[in-house]
Design a protein around this ligand. Sequence first.
Ligand code: DC
Length: 221
Amino acid sequence: MKYQAIAIDGPAGSGKSTVAKIIAKNLGFTYIDTGAMYRAITLKALNLKIKDLADEANYDFIKSTTLDFVDSKMTMDGIDVSKEIRTEEIVKNVSLVSSLKYVRVELVELQRQMAKRANVVMDGRDIGTNVLTDADLKIFLTATVDVRAERRYLEQKEKGISDMTFEEVKADLIRRDTYDSTRKHNPLRKAEDAIELDTSGLSIEEVVNKITHLFKELKHE
Ligand code: DC
């Protein structure tokens, strides 16, 4: 049986994970947050006190690491790390770690395996262009940098995970966007067959409804 897949890509703060989670729940699909997987590997590299994070040879540990989603929560080696992967220290290092070819090859393989076992809504930067090129529906979410920074800022404040100011959050977002979209391996890019949605003036519910409608239209439901 071929499972169904919805791929949602876009820059940080475009609303990917919020809407992907709701759509997955509504459709009874598994939600796969690939950004959380790159964050978890960054966390493990830091915990292992790897000195040179830019050296691919230091990432052999990925092969013996178990990454999974339990109730939409990121678990690593059986432990819920969903809170720990949201800290400032992870944010600072995750672009570098996720730009390494070896890290990407290993995690992309794992993401494809996950999509072979269940219907998925998968979000990230390269899902439509690389991980699931034959996804049933590909969405590319965008929003202005100020809207995205505002969302991240409020989210971090609400969760109490960082005391960065709005300006710091915005600067960090711009830094990561530039890094993610100009890196050599699988940069952030809209797939040719992806549908672009600007979420700047839209509520979460409106974005969820639009994507769900597109998916049902596709399935002639
Ligand atoms: O979506 P996020 O902020 O949790 O992603 C964390 C980092 O991981 C982000 O800076 C880019 C990287 N990433 C990636 O390179 N490829 C993906 N498919 C998902 C995330």
